[in-house]
Design a protein. Sequence first.
Length: 403
Amino acid sequence: MADDLQGLIDGAWPDERGRFGEFGGRFVPETLMGALQRLEHHARTALVDDAFRALLGRELSEWIGRPTPLTPAARLGEVWGAEVWLKREDLAHTGAHKINNAIGQALLAKRMGARRVVAETGAGQHGVAAAAACARLGLPCTVYMGAVDVERQAPNVQRMDLMGAKVVPVHAGDATLRAAIDEALRDWVSDPEGTFYLLGSAVGPHPYPWLVREMQSVIGREARAQIRAQAGGLPDVAVACVGGGSNAIGLFHPFLGDASVRLLGVEAGGRGSGLGEHAATVAWGTPGVLHGTFSLLIQDADGQVIETPSISAGLDYPGVGPEHALLHRIGRARYITVGDEEAVEALGECTRLEGILPALESAHAFAGARQWARENPGKRILIGCSGRGDKDLGILAAHGGGR
Ligand SMILES: *Cc1c(COP(=O)(O)O)cnc(C)c1O
C-alpha cells in the first residue's frame, strides 16, 4: 500500500475504490453505482483532455475573473506580528470559491449530455453558484434546499430564482443541508443518465471528493505561484476554514509536497465543545459513513448524526471530506476550532484594518491564523479568504455589528 502522504501527492489516492487510505469509498445503493462509475470515467477523461481544459480555463478567466489576487495584509500583519497574505476567493464571481467547482462540473454535465442538473444547498452559496453556472451554459437546474434554510436565506433564494433555477424546499428530516443532500441523491437515482448531480463540497461518494478537489486546486496552484513571486518564497503556514472541506483542500493540495509549509484547517467551534454545540468534525468527530463516504462525523454513541450549529451556515455540516480525515490521521494537516464569538471578532478586525469584509466562514480562518501567529511569531502566513461577507450583514447586525 502506498505511503499515505506520498499516495496523495503522486495520485495513488484515491485508489480505484475511491479510498484515501482508510477513508472515502462509495457507500451507496446499487442503483447509483453505475452513475458514479460513469461520472468518474467522464471526469477522468475530461480532465486530461486539452479541449476541455482550454474551455474550463477560459470560463475561469473570462467569467469568474481568475486568477484571483493574492493581497498582502500589512496592517493585520503588524498587529499579529506576522507577514500575512490573503488569497482572495471573495473576488471570484458570485463572491466565493464555490463557483470554481460549479462551472467545472456544469461543463462536465454538458459534455456528458445531461438534460438537467440537480444540486443541494445549505446557506445558498453553492445553490447560487450552481444556478449561475447552469444559466451560463443553458442547463435546467433544480436546487434542493432545506425548508428552514429557504426561510433564513431569502436573498439567495431570490438570486437562484432570477437565474432561472427551480428551488425545491425540503421539509424532511432536519430540513437543512443534510436533508437537501438526501433529496438531491434521491432525484439523481430516479434518472441517473439524464440528470447530473452537481455536488458542492469535497464530500459524498467517490468520485466527488476527488473531482471537487481537482476543480478547487486552482486556488492553491495560483496562491503558490503568487506567493513565491510576490513574497519571494513559500508560506510557513497555509490556513483555511473547513466545512465540507472544498476551499481548504483546494488551497492545501498543491502544498502537500512542500514539507516546510504547515497546513492548518479551522473548523466551527460554534457555542462550545459539547455534542450538538459545534461543527468541528475533524477535531472532535468519530469515524462513520454519511452521504456515501467513510470519514469523520459528528454523531452520538448510537451513531445518530447530530445537529451542528455554527454562526456561519457554510460550515454547518456534520461530515467532512475523506481527504481531510486522512491528512489529519497522518498529521500532515492540523485542525483546530474557533468559536462563533472569535470568528465575529476576527471578521471585524480584518474589515477595520484591511477594508475587506470576509464571509463568516472565512473569518474562522482569520481567527485560527491569528491564534497560530501568537504561538509562532514572525512567520509568513497564507490565508484562504474563501468568500465575501455581504451575505452575513444581517447576522452581524443581530450580533452587535462585529465591532
Ligand atoms: C460554503 C462555504 C465554505 C465552506 O465550504 P467548504 O467546502 O468547506 O469550502 C467556506 N466559505 C465560504 C465563503 C462558503 O461559501
